[in-house]
Write a protein that binds this ligand. Structure first.
Ligand code: SF4
Length: 514
């Protein structure tokens, strides 16, 4: 599109009901107003979805959206937002994942892809620059995300980006995710299940075009400077050792580590699942494209298979369900990634089932810390077998079904299970979860570290202002840029670099406030 740099100015539309594809052009006004990522996706869904539709109906739309910096060299700029009306919350739902699919989608010439309708039989999409193919996925249906990606790489070669769903998405588990590269997952509010409802198993992108930049030399210089700032930051070396796993110890010390369905904030065995235990088991790191602070800690689980751990999945599948061995947590985590289940909601659901069993509200349930039963249930949830069929619905709906006083300890907001911070003694973080637009997700306003350091017990206007400020940065800026927050949060990477990168990429002078 004329005079548009950074953005490609194109949205690819694919209707799976009739197989038709089209390319929608957009102009600089649209780009400046809605920016990218969550901004584009929310605008598209707002304009195009009829109120009251079933999230699993063909009328729902699946949107993949990038930002004007996605796919360019620069700190943590290899992410994609995946969006739809959520089958878990009934509202707007999104998530993001780091994947080469984001890079290839942009290099194929698209800033977003909108998938409409429903295929009659399982299909996958192969998007190679201007060519879009809807291919049969009958041989892939039923495969795990790891198997699917491996097969598709054998067919299409290594130089592609792939996202896929596992059996959980196919079986419409309400918290099924979209997975890429054996462990990068996104779409907590059931975006993987929306993909499954469309009979869409996977999308393979190959892009070979250049993204045109307003000031290419300046962009190159600046992105190099950004990488150097991150690498020379004070906490870099420890981050490389533990990544987000350092938070297990921090949360436990501050009594916010979710323990036994959020009943407590301290886990007596936290040392067995913390960052130092991780270091003893760690084999290598993995991460998102274009990131120089990769945080995917790869360990061997007790079955000898690779599993990529981070704070949220270890807290939810460890302390929150009373499992106190990292090698066992790693098994549950790997299963979730293979089956395409969200680890945060999964840990909530299992913890909730444990409490329901303790209180006599669930027959043939599960005891606290029963790893073998948890392992069985993870599979049963993905295939909706036995008790797993009920547990696949998420804690809000399970609570409505089993009744009693379970509503009080069904840990969700708007139907989305709470991320791994117990809020009994951090009211600002509770407010952040309560007002997050998609339900209780830490990605929108994570004020807890500021709150613990400043005014832990206060119910003040300043705290409300901080929640709003963080929602605008985390849920607004980062979700529209589709960049990772961790350089800023963990290594104090200055936010002021983002308008500068944008200026070099798009030629437009945005202020940080804008
Ligand atoms: S810090 Fe972690 S989540 Fe963020 S971009 Fe890097 S690897 Fe991905």
């Amino acid at each position: 599109m004329k005079n548009l740099y950074g953005w490609n100015g194109q949205i690819l539309r694919i209707n799976l009901s009739d197989g038709k594809t089209s390319v929608q052009k957009y102009d600089a006004d649209f780009a400046k107003k809605f920016f990218g990522g969550r901004g584009f996706a929310a605008k598209i869904l707002w304009d195009e979805l009829k109120p009251g539709i079933d999230a699993f109906s063909p009328e729902n739309k699946l949107v993949l959206a990038a930002g004007p910096l996605t796919g360019l060299p620069g700190p943590s700029l290899g992410k994609l937002v995946v969006v739809a009306k959520s089958p878990l919350t009934g509202g707007y739902g999104d998530g993001n994942l780091g994947t080469m699919a984001a890079v290839h989608m942009r290099k194929a010439g698209y800033d977003a892809v909108v998938i409409e309708g429903k295929a009659k039989k399982p299909v996958y999409l192969f998007v190679e620059d201007d060519e879009v193919n809807v291919n049969s996925a009958e041989g892939l249906w039923g495969k795990t995300t790891f198997e699917t990606e491996k097969i598709l790489r054998e067919v299409h070669g290594r130089n592609v980006g792939i996202i896929s769903i596992g059996p959980a998405g196919e079986n419409l588990v309400r918290y099924a995710t979209i997975v890429s590269q054996e462990g990068r997952a996104g779409g907590r509010p059931g975006i993987g299940a929306v993909m499954g409802s469309k009979n869409l198993k996977a999308i393979v992108f190959r892009g070979t075009k250049e993204i045109s930049l307003a000031e290419p030399e300046e962009y190159k210089r600046l992105s190099l400077e950004c990488y150097n700032v991150i690498k020379s930051s004070r906490g870099y070396d420890f981050w490389i050792r533990q990544g987000t796993m350092m938070t297990i110890e921090w949360s436990n010390e501050n009594s916010v580590l979710p323990t036994r369905n959020f009943k407590e904030g301290i886990f007596e065995f936290y040392r067995c699942i913390d960052g130092y235990s991780l270091e003893a088991m760690k084999m290598k790191r993995r991460g998102c494209p274009n990131c120089n602070m990769q945080c995917g800690n790869v360990v061997l689980d007790l079955d000898g298979r690779e599993s990529e751990l981070d704070y949220e999945n270890v807290a939810m599948l460890g302390s929150n369900i009373g499992v106190n061995q990292l090698g066992k947590v790693a098994i549950l985590n790997r299963m979730a990634d293979e089956l395409g289940l969200d680890t945060i909601s999964l840990g909530n659901v299992i913890g909730f089932a444990m409490e329901a069993t303790e209180k006599g509200l669930l027959e043939n349930g599960i005891e606290w810390g029963d790893f073998e039963r948890a392992r069985q249930l993870v599979e049963d949830i993905a295939y909706r077998r036995g008790l797993g069929d009920l547990l696949a619905e998420g804690v809000m709906r399970i609570s409505q079904k089993i009744g009693g006083d379970s509503e009080k300890w069904a840990m969700h907001v708007k139907g989305l299970e709470i991320s791994a911070y117990d809020c009994h003694t951090v009211p600002g973080m509770a407010l952040a979860f309560a007002t997050s637009p998609i339900g209780a997700h830490h990605k929108d306003a994570w004020v807890i570290s500021w709150e613990v350091k400043t005014d832990r017990e206060g119910y003040t206007r300043a705290k409300v202002d901080k929640v709003i400020e963080f929602q605008r940065i985390r849920g607004g800026m980062f979700e529209a840029l589709v960049s990772c927050r961790l350089p800023w949060i963990e290594l104090q990477f200055p936010l002021e670099y983002y308008p500068r990168l944008l200026k070099a990429a798009t030629g437009l002078a945005f202020t940080l406030d804008e």
